[in-house]
Design a protein around this ligand. Structure first.
Ligand code: FES
Ligand code: FES
Length: 163
């Protein structure tokens, strides 16, 4: 057994697990944060995306012990003060989900994508960056619309002010 200590959504938590435990199973089973989904556990679907030290990672692809000492954000940690994160709100507004299974991973990937591109994001880049996130319901069109809309909302004001 190994002891894993992490900052999760701003709180320090510890738990014991087998050395072979995947981070996604630690998050769901030890921490009870079931918003992070397991769609494949072979690094294909992106349902398990979380942020580790601010970067999106597929939590089925690393061991919990490898993440020990890091700062982890899950889908449960992105809303603030009772308000949806702008990316969550955009998915809601643009109907970027149907069954919702892929949605936590899509939102976490989108937040990281928007942050890395600093507002300079177009449809082609969004589609390229969503390559690792699979949705079986929506056909992606409204997901792409939601990401572009959130990007505009989060970075548009600053860009327009600089113009
Ligand atoms: S569960 Fe991690 S990529 Fe599918
Ligand atoms: S909304 Fe159902 S898998 Fe994406």
């Amino acid at each position: 057994m190994a002891k894993v200590t992490l900052t999760v959504n701003g709180r320090t938590v510890s738990g014991d697990c087998e050395e072979r435990t995947l981070l996604v199973h630690f998050i769901r089973e030890k921490l009870g944060l079931t918003g992070t989904h397991v769609g494949c556990d072979t690094t294909q679907c992106g349902a398990c995306v979380v942020h580790l030290d601010g970067k999106s990672v597929k939590s089925c692809t690393i061991l919990a012990v490898q993440a020990s000492g890091s700062s982890l954000t899950t889908i449960e940690g992105v809303a603030a003060g009772g308000e949806l994160h702008p990316v969550q709100a955009a998915f809601n507004e643009h109907h970027g989900l149907q069954c919702g299974f892929c949605t936590p991973g899509m939102v976490m990937t989108a937040i990281d994508m928007i942050s890395r591109h600093g507002g300079d994001l177009d449809e082609k880049t969004v589609r390229l960056e969503l390559d690792g996130n699979i949705c079986r319901c929506t056909g992606y069109h409204n997901i792409v619309k939601a990401v572009l809309s959130a990007n505009e909302q989060m970075h548009g004001a600053a860009r327009h002010a600089a113009e």
